[in-house]
Write a protein of this length. Structure first.
Length: 135
């Protein structure tokens, strides 16, 4: 197998292992630690390759994945969900205001129902995120 073929195999195996860990019934902290270990293993294998360009590309991609994993935490996701919930609520309020402004009672009622449903859904998402235990 050529070095390029080996590199593709290593990347494929690591991605497969990472996806397997993400869907495994482990706690978030354990999964992230396992994935970080696999990334470190891949990094060590990449460092042993002869081609400097290939090493740099793998190094860059692995570091990008590590940065994304570091960003993936409950508090950040919860903050984003709350912000998006407020944005959705505001847009739904604007829709209700538009229906009132245009004097269309049927649209007003439907827009109010849409707003209420959007608020309920975003509250449910935030509630679920808040209940997730991450150690």
């Amino acid at each position: 197998m050529s070095k390029k073929g080996i590199g593709k195999f290593v990347v494929g195996a690591t991605i497969g292992a990472g996806l397997g860990m993400l869907f495994a019934p482990k706690k978030g902290k354990e999964m992230r630690a396992d994935l970080k270990n696999k990334l470190d293993d891949l990094m060590n294998q990449v460092k042993s390759l002869d081609k400097e360009e290939v090493k740099k590309e793998f190094d860059k991609k692995i570091n990008e994945i590590k940065e994304e994993l570091a960003d993936l935490d409950k508090e950040k996701v919860l903050k984003i969900a709350k912000k998006k919930g407020e944005q959705i609520k505001q847009k739904a309020e604007e829709l209700v205001d538009l229906a009132v402004k245009k004097g269309t009672p049927v649209l007003k009622k439907t827009a109010e129902e849409l707003r209420d449903k959007a608020v309920d859904i975003t509250k449910d998402v935030v509630k679920k995120l808040e209940s997730i235990e991450i150690k």
